[in-house]
Design a protein around this ligand. Structure first.
Ligand code: NDP
Length: 336
């Protein structure tokens, strides 16, 4: 069993030395358990939070323990009557080649419905995050303007495309011309490069009627540019703040909280954070039905960025926080 453990807690940007590659004997499944071989590991921004021991909504990974993460795995040995060897399952096995999981904690994936790795992206947690955050909090109406950043990633691309399906205008923000061109391919009405020197002006020009829903994925200077453009009664689902994840202190400059609160007050804004798991019980079944239909009918496109080999996971993860990925970042750990 090859596995990657947390070697040290990063200060600022994670370094390769914060991870350690180890080998361990194959684990042995007990009654009601499965021995799994990992095919795909999902790399996600939340993992930066788990590397830190700052207080959060989930416990940190302990030093020396395997990094957490969603996986698509093949069952190698089953000690549960509901599963047989060869079954493909969605699991939370982390950064390792093999693992043991309780059968009740995995979900079977039907390989005839869609490529199995989509269970980690467009048809999985990130796609659901975009779906639930947009529809439950953002509530876009026909003709309204929806803005989302990190728009080529699995969350943002779901948000923009679902906004269009609901009859809204979708404006995507992404890093670089290649990513912006892809947003046009996906049907976004406008695409803005947040690295352009006149980014704020370009964004203002792209939303002549203001912004009704801003799906917050990044924070930082994107949020600064969005705030003055928000319409009265705009909704802001706060999903992620990736521009902050490697910060070691508050950004330079004056405290802007009073100006922000005043804007929330005078524009009657709804700013509401969420963790996708809070919507699973009520909305996951609807999501699977809607999203698999939209993907099948070509109404929602998706892109994957697949890195080969588990030992390349640390470098790929460090790149994710810098925007080096283009599409849902996955590690191919083993062939089918
Ligand atoms: P992505 O695949 O979109 O990857 C992150 C992207 O963020 C990068 O590719 C980069 O894209 C962009 N980015 C990084 N730094 C900055 C910056 N300083 N300014 C602007 N953009 C930046 O990730 P996901 O789709 O998986 O996740 C998107 C967001 O959703 C994250 O913030 C994540 O934490 C959050 N999330 C929240 C969940 C919840 O339950 N609340 C669940 C899942 C995800 P680019 O090159 O285009 O700038």
């Amino acid at each position: 069993n090859t596995r990657i453990v947390l070697a040290s807690r990063p200060v600022g940007e994670p370094q390769p030395s914060d991870f350690r590659i180890e080998s361990a004997p194959l684990p042995v499944p007990g009654e009601g358990q499965l021995l799994l071989e990992t095919r795909y590991l999902s790399l996600d921004p939340y993992m930066r939070g788990r590397m830190s021991d700052a207080e959060s909504y989930a416990d940190p990974v302990a030093l020396g323990h395997v990094m957490v993460g969603g996986t698509v795995c093949t069952v190698i040995e089953s000690r549960d009557p509901g599963y047989s060897s060869g079954d493909v399952v969605l699991s939370f096995s982390g950064w390792q080649s093999h693992s043991v999981a309780d059968a009740k904690h995995v979900r079977k994936i039907d390989p005839s419905l869609a490529p199995v790795e989509t269970a980690l992206g467009v048809l999985g947690m990130p796609g659901f995050t975009g779906y639930a955050g947009l529809l439950r909090i953002g509530k876009p109406q026909p003709g309204e303007t929806v803005v989302v950043a990190a728009a080529t990633g699995p969350v943002g691309s779901a948000v923009g495309q679902i906004a269009r399906i609901k009859g809204a205008r979708a404006v995507g923000i992404a890093g670089g011309p290649e990513k912006c061109a892809y947003l046009h391919e996906l049907g976004f009405d406008a695409a803005i490069d947040h690295r352009a020197p006149d980014f704020a002006d370009q964004l203002a020009a792209a939303v002549p009627n203001g912004i009704d829903v801003y799906f917050e994925n990044v924070g930082g200077q994107v949020w600064d540019a969005v705030l003055p453009l928000l319409n009265t009664y705009a909704r802001v689902p706060v999903c992620g703040l990736i521009a902050n994840y490697n910060l070691t202190s508050a950004p330079a400059g004056p405290d802007r909280a009073p100006a922000l609160m005043s804007r929330i007050l005078t524009k009657s804004l709804t700013v509401r954070g969420f963790i996708q798991s809070e919507f699973v019980k009520e909305s996951f079944a609807d999501f699977m039905l809607d999203m698999s239909g939209w993907v099948r009918d070509g109404k929602v496109g998706y892109r994957e960025d697949i890195v080969d080999g588990l030992t390349n996971a640390p470098e790929a993860f460090i790149g994710l926080l810098r925007g080096k990925n283009f599409g849902k970042l996955l590690v191919k750990v083993a062939d089918a």
